[in-house]
Design a protein around this ligand. Structure first.
Ligand code: NAI
Ligand code: MG
Length: 485
């Protein structure tokens, strides 16, 4: 625990062609510390010209990066991973101040980011094609080839980790990248680009344009020099980006959030299920696309589960990350307002506040955007608090009686990103996992896939897959070469 908030630089600017923009010439905007409401730093408000420069630098860097032997790209990515770990403490401080994360959550993000570069470093020299038997008179084979400039639009909830999640596989596959971080949380993406240069990445391979979504972000996704787009964020913005991508016929990966069902069956080991289910909603103050935000509990164990969850939630310490608190604030002012609105919506819909239920006040949280970790009971799956992504520490508890009913409730939302279940019955685990409409299912755990398991949405939760070998294939296009002998 520190005695005061760690310092943050006065300015962070776009990082293009290996150089950071200068504070003296940049158009800027102010960001705020979500734990106090006080000014935090100044960020360059990137415009069309900055996006043009970033794309041009990336295009120039592309052929040499693409043509490096895979093992050499891999060595550089591994060096970036090591750089991240060497700078872990500072990155945690910066991410925590910028986003509001607890040090535990920020530490998890930094380590995960390092893992992305490590994992894809090992993949970079293993990307072969196949030979196709088209007949004795011909030789036919495929070449997996990178697209060129990939654009990455990153949200604010896990800025550093999400930037790494897209950039590491894109670069491993031989692409070059331009990243537009979210306006509220640009700091660690700019720092990552600098660390990558220190680790030996050639200038121009990884560029960052800071700025607003409707300015720098929109300019980037419409840019004719961009060949592939990766976006994580809200459904409407994802739809808008997909429409922009259609203009240039660019493929998209869209990760658009969820309303994760987390099912506790009557045969679950409650000593694991209860803390695991609370972690699934409280991590990063619930600002997680994959959060287990709907807790489906069998009627026979409902009361005992809720009682324990309420006791544990009441003890959660809120505060700025550097104070050692367990849960930080809501990152953006707009999101803070949105979560409070959903607390009122839930009450008006007739759900019962078992614990929490409002913004937090008092020493260490006044002025900040803190929400009391909240549990609603008596929730019907048709309520808005069960259907819509709240993106805050708000758990909706829904009762069920049979396995079929649990599956039906689990699948009854527009989303399908992640799901969890807790059961000792192996047959049930496989049976239910097969019936759940979601891209990722965890059993007797939540968020179990690490960086290796494919991650992405069914239904309105998105298109394409990130993480694992699936992501590498998203960043490669196949060329078939056939030769008559
Ligand atoms: P958003 O989708 O508007 O913003 C995400 C990113 O897109 C930011 O970098 C933003 O600058 C950029 N952006 C916005 N408009 C753009 C445009 N026209 N062209 C290109 N880039 C653009 O999300 P917002 O407003 O920050 O949050 C709204 C809701 O979205 C949240 O309440 C939450 O429910 C959901 N969300 C989901 C996330 C996830 O992990 N899937 C992450 C963040 C938010
Ligand atoms: Mg928005």
């Amino acid at each position: 625990m520190l005695s005061e908030a760690p310092a943050v630089a006065e300015f962070y600017g776009s990082f293009i062609g290996g150089e950071e923009a200068s504070a003296s010439t940049a158009s800027t905007f102010q960001t705020f510390d979500p734990a106090t409401g006080l000014p935090l730093t100044t960020i360059q408000r990137g415009a069309q010209a900055d996006v043009d420069a970033a794309v041009a630098n990336a295009q120039e860097a592309f052929p040499a990066w693409r043509d490096l032997p895979g093992f050499e790209r891999g060595r550089i990515l591994l060096a970036i991973s090591r750089k991240i770990l060497e700078n872990k403490d500072r990155l945690v401080e910066l991410e925590s101040r910028d986003n509001g994360k607890s040090y535990m959550d920020a530490g998890f993000d930094v380590i995960t980011a390092a893992r992305y570069f490590e994992y894809y470093a090992g993949v970079a020299d293993k990307l072969g094609g196949e030979t196709i038997p088209i007949g004795a008179t011909h030789v036919s084979y495929t070449r997996p080839e990178p697209y060129g400039v990939t654009a990455h639009i990153v949200p604010w909830n896990a800025a550093f980790q999400q930037a790494a999640r897209g950039v590491a596989p894109a670069l491993a596959a031989g692409n070059v990248a331009v990243v537009k971080p979210a306006e509220d949380t640009s700091i660690t993406t700019v720092v990552l680009a600098k660390l990558a240069i220190e680790a030996g990445l050639p200038a121009g391979v990884f560029n960052v344009v800071t700025g607003l979504g409707r300015e720098a972000g929109a300019a980037l996704v419409k840019h004719p020099g961009v060949s592939r787009i990766t976006f994580t964020g809200s459904v409407p913005t994802g739809q808008e980006i997909m429409r922009s991508a259609a203009e240039n016929l660019n493929p998209v990966t869209l990760e658009l959030g969820g309303k994760g069902p987390n099912i506790i069956f009557e045969d679950a080991d409650l000593s694991a299920a209860i803390p695991g289910s609370l972690m699934a909603i409280n991590i990063n103050a619930g600002q997680v696309c994959a959060a287990g935000s709907r807790l489906l509990v069998h009627s026979s164990i409902h009361d005992q589960v809720v009682e324990k969850l309420v006791t544990m939630n009441a003890g959660v310490k809120l505060g700025a990350g550097w104070t050692g608190a367990q849960m930080g604030p809501i990152t953006t002012a707009a999101q803070f307002k949105k979560v409070q609105e959903y607390l009122e919506i839930g009450k008006n819909e007739g759900a019962i506040v078992a614990v929490g239920g409002s913004a937090a006040t008092g020493d260490g949280v006044d002025g900040g955007q803190f929400i009391q970790p909240t549990i609603f009971t008596g929730v019907k799956n048709s309520m808005r608090i069960a259907q819509e992504e709240i993106f805050g520490p708000v758990l909706s508890v829904i009762v069920f009686d049979t396995e079929d009913e649990a599956v039906a409730i689990a699948n009854d939302t527009p989303y399908g990103l992640t799901a969890g279940m807790w059961t000792q019955n192996l047959g049930r685990a496989h049976r239910v996992a097969a019936q759940i409409e979601a891209g990722q299912v965890s059993v007797n755990d939540y968020f179990a896939g690490g960086v290796q398991a494919p991650f992405g949405g069914y239904k309105a939760s998105g298109i394409g897959r990130e993480k694992g070998m699936s992501a590498i294939h998203e960043y490669l296009q196949t060329k078939a070469v056939s030769i008559k002998l």
